[in-house]
Design a protein around this ligand. Sequence first.
Ligand SMILES: *Cc1c(COP(=O)(O)O)cnc(C)c1O
Ligand SMILES: [Zn+2]
Length: 412
Amino acid sequence: MLFKEKLILTRTSLQCRECKKDYDTAFKYVCDECFGPLDVKYDFPAITKDTFSNREQTYWRYFELLPIESRSNIVSIGAGMTPLIKANNLGKKLGLNNLYIKNDSVNPTFSFKDRPAGVAISKAKEFGLSSVGCASTGNLASATAAHAAKAGLPCHVFAPSNIEMAKIAQALSYGANYIAVDGTYDDANRIAAQIGDSKGIGVVNINMRSHYVEGSKTFSFEVAEQLGWQVPDQLIVPVGSGAMLNAICKGFEELQTVSLLDDVSSMHMIAAQPHGCAPIVDAFKKNSKDVVPVENPDTVAKSLAIGDPGDGRYVLKRLAQYNGFAEECTDKEILDAILLLAQTEGIFTEPAGGVSVSILQKMVEQGRIDANDKVVCYVTGNGLKATEAIMEVLKKPMVMKADISEISAVVN
Ligand SMILES: *Cc1c(COP(=O)(O)O)cnc(C)c1O
Ligand SMILES: [Zn+2]
């Protein structure tokens, strides 16, 4: 409300994903009529490829396609424009000639969550909210807390108590009020939703979700630009809530709308989940439209441990729309894939990225990817955030006496 009074003209509105009812932009995320989620709709200005060239090397270069009205409200810690690496070594191992890794492990807080969190915090600033927060499987906690610190806003994090120590240390360091919930992510999420609404907290992935997901679209804008404004043939996307996969599709569609890309309908979206929490893969394989929640997720890929994925139904729709497939992999396959990526491309990812790489391998083995397809594999988080799990499959270095002849004997 505050916001509407201040602005005469906005270039965005909200629209219900289900019944298509339109709303003015406001601190609001569900449809009054049907309780469907609200998506941001744009009055697109004329955009050319030159609009973005020579701009800052962050995702804010796509300002016209993001839901912030005034540049003065941008809260940036320099996220985005991460490398799209031509993965020749891994490609050779798998028999792929055009394999790319989108490496978001090198974002400022070391995961892709800097994209949605940064946009949501900027919007919270634009709305004039006095505090922010999130429900997190680990990475969102730090992304939200870091951007909140930059914005000078207090931040409340709700996360399950069993996540990796590095992720807790990181979020606490940014000054977050960290609430470790003795339960699953779904428990933390439910509590964050209730407290957020009752206290007027901008919970980035719940009551700010319409704006939050817009940040993840930059994953498509960057890939398209880095490929010289081309549409990839195959996209491998790790899936927790499903918000990112859905947003990546929306991003490519918007680039087509503004005529920066030709027909995007040829791309194949592949959803990757860990075996211990794969409700969307299960539904896909049963050809069901409904996602049955996993009550107690059990996986090394803790950032994907969302038993009741908010956007699960929409991911299934996207897979149907974009010639898609969904596949899962075991903890062992995830950890092996982390090492494969590290030892071929020099990229160290956390288990979520291992899920992407493992499913990439499976898609090749199943003959779903051709040797010359342009493949983009999304690596969404950094290995340093999950060293406990990764150490399990590594040989601990032997401590040796500082003696030249003894050590020389083991260096061959
Ligand atoms: C959150 C997260 C995901 C999953 O994103 P969703 O939008 O919940 O599907 C994937 N990878 C990493 C590293 C994450 O932190
Ligand atoms: Zn509706």
